[in-house]
Design a protein around this ligand. Structure first.
Ligand code: FES
Length: 305
């Protein structure tokens, strides 16, 4: 009886779920780039594992050039077919497999050449030259211990008022021999409105240092937002209203006896007060974004700020 020919059983990989798994991995990776590094990592792992299994399936086929048993005319037996001359090793690598792999490889190279530069131009700028430079706020003596100083300054004086920033700064004294400052942003953690001190300011004692204006508060009972009534205590913790977290804070440094304000960072909450406060800090986040708990998984990854 004649055996089936190659045309009846072409050499193609059988049905497989690996491509589906690979596609799911890519989708999870892309979604993860928006919502969370953890989801992106999971997607990358899925794509790598399923991609590896897929490629392995494609490259580990049977040998196409293996001689099929074809019954010769006249009723030849299988024993006779064993007497065929040995195969040439050069023919054992099938042409169809070579074309299959080279097509896939060429497609991947062309896809990469097209998409990588586009993605680079779209995404990379968000990760470059972010944030403002540290800003000199003047001598430490202008920040008396235990008092909030309402400090406004220009991050870029050449740009004018649009670059004006406000921070609530309190000198907490020393902590382990080093100066301690609480520097709270005035950006409401709800939608970013300018938060105001809940208490009178002493305009008569206002000072100016270059582009920096320093106005001491007489007494402050926290901070309030005029937009939707969000309220915060003197550590910036939300006490009522719609804000989803505490007020952001700024890093700081001391150089040549002057206080420099650094980069802002998000704060989930603050335990304790003053120099002893324990700040649950996170990376930069925009107003309205949770920075802790399960809700934080729903927000986009923020570029470094
Ligand atoms: S923006 Fe501050 S409470 Fe809405």
């Amino acid at each position: 009886m004649a055996h089936p020919s190659h045309d009846e059983h072409p050499h193609v990989p059988g049905p497989s779920l690996w491509p589906v798994g690979f596609a799911v991995g890519i989708v999870v990776l892309l979604v993860g780039l928006i919502v969370s590094w953890y989801v992106a990592a999971l997607g990358a792992i899925l794509a790598l594992v399923f991609g590896f299994l897929w490629v392995r399936d494609l490259t580990a086929g049977t040998q196409l050039t293996e001689a099929d048993e074809v019954a010769p005319e006249g009723g030849a037996t299988a024993v006779e077919s064993e007497e065929l001359p040995p195969e040439d090793p050069a023919d054992r690598y099938p042409r169809s497999k070579f074309l299959e792999i080279s097509t896939l490889g060429l497609g991947a190279v062309i896809g990469g050449l097209v998409t990588v530069p586009v993605l680079g131009f779209m995404v990379a700028p968000a990760f470059l030259k972010q944030g403002d430079k540290d800003h000199d706020l003047g001598p430490l003596n202008d920040f008396p211990e235990g008092k909030f100083i309402i400090t406004t300054y220009m991050t870029n004086p050449a740009q004018g008022a649009v670059s004006r920033r406000t921070a609530f700064i309190r000198n907490n004294g020393q902590l382990n021999g080093l100066p301690s400052f609480t520097i709270i942003s005035n950006h409401c953690a709800h939608l970013g409105c300018p938060v105001q001190p809940n208490g009178p300011l002493n305009q008569r004692l206002a000072k100016q240092y270059r582009d920096v204006t320093l106005i001491p508060a007489i007494s402050i009972a926290g901070f309030g937002c005029p937009c939707h009534g969000g309220q915060y205590d003197t550590e910036g913790n939300r006490t009522s209203g719609p804000p989803v977290r505490a007020l952001d804070r700024y890093s700081f440094s001391i150089r040549n006896g002057n206080l420099f304000i650094g980069k802002p960072f998000a704060v989930a909450k603050v335990d304790g007060t003053g120099a002893q406060a324990k700040i649950h800090m996170q990376t930069f986040a925009y107003p309205g974004e949770h920075v802790d708990g399960p809700e934080s998984w729903l927000y986009p990854i923020q570029p470094p700020h």
